[in-house]
Design a protein around this ligand. Structure first.
Ligand code: CP
Length: 304
């Protein structure tokens, strides 16, 4: 039985297989409409979500399956003290596959050790978010036609940004990616990720604090939110939250084929005026997430 806890659980060949399946789903949705008939997806969300939970549920519905679950810890028996291990052991009796989001790093890994069905990490604290990375990869492929030979800027909260951690892990396996890491000093990429994914692999990267100075170099700009929920101190959040605000004037020096991604939700870091710029890909990215989650469900349930 296979789980998806970390994006590195999938080989480059498996990522390509998921991308190919997602593209086929986009072209031939009717072919897939009954592939998961009789199957159930449980969405166990101990932390808020709009895109990930609803796109997982839409994905299973569009495959002809059913969904059950909860969207906050308070409405589950976790509020009575039940452990993650016991929760997934029980849910394994009711569902064929589980997507779990949890504020504690490592909780989905613990769940995968106890569950009797495949477990998908739908985001664990400030650690990883592999299915967001699947959405990001399909978006980059559809927008740029490749996953190699490009300069990618990551901007905002690179310390707690789980989507950044997972996407850097995925891209570290493709050829000739240049990384521009744009963050305040306090929100720099964790050293362990820099060591494992960039330095040990001989990747070309630089760390800067200024966005405008590097915009002209970028093929992809991955904006992120400074996440209030990850701070212990409200004053630090207030001080850092508006470190970067992408506006149309700042994009004047950018490449005409720049792709602007953001995992969303957005707060203030991309002006709404940017939404109408053809380089803004973030709403298409959210839709791509549904197709990749459909492909992932098919793979983990071993549906041909
Ligand atoms: N990108 C993302 O994980 O969004 P949600 O928190 O709305 O699921």
């Amino acid at each position: 039985m296979k789980h998806l806890i970390d994006i590195l659980d999938l080989s480059v060949e498996e990522l390509q297989e998921l991308i190919d399946t997602a593209k086929d789903i986009i072209s031939n949705p009717a072919k897939y409409s009954e592939k998961c008939k009789g199957k159930k997806l449980a969405t166990l969300f101990f932390e808020p979500s709009t895109r990930t939970r609803l796109s997982f549920e839409a994905a299973m519905m569009e495959l002809g399956g059913n969904v059950l679950g909860f969207s906050e810890a308070q409405s589950s028996s976790a509020s009575k003290g039940e452990s993650v291990s016991d929760t997934v052991k029980i849910v394994s009796c009711y569902a064929d596959i589980i997507a779990m989001r949890h504020p504690k790093e490592g909780a989905p890994l613990v769940a995968s050790m106890r569950a009797d069905v495949p477990v998908i990490n739908a985001g664990d604290g400030g650690h990883n978010h592999p299915t967001q990375t699947l959405a990001d990869l399909l978006t980059i492929v559809r927008e740029k036609g490749r996953l190699d030979n490009m300069t990618v800027g990551f901007c905002g909260d690179l310390k707690f940004g789980r989507t950044v951690h997972s996407l850097i892990g995925a891209l570290s396996r493709y050829e000739n990616i240049n990384y521009v890491l744009i963050s305040p000093e306090e929100l720099k990429l964790p050293e362990y990720i820099k060591d494992e994914m960039l330095i040990k692999k001989g990747a070309n990267f630089k760390e800067v604090t200024d966005l405008e100075g590097v915009i002209p170099e970028l093929d992809v700009l991955y904006m992120t939110r400074v996440q209030r929920e990850r701070f212990f101190n409200e004053a630090d959040y207030i001080r850092l939250k508006d470190s970067y605000v992408l506006t149309l004037p700042k994009l004047e020096s950018a490449k005409s084929d720049l792709s602007i991604l953001h995992p969303l939700p957005r707060v203030n870091e991309i002006s709404v005026a940017v939404d109408d710029d053809p380089r803004a890909c973030y709403f298409r990215q959210a839709l791509n997430g549904k197709y990749m989650r459909m492909a992932l469900i098919l793979k983990l349930l071993e549906v041909k």
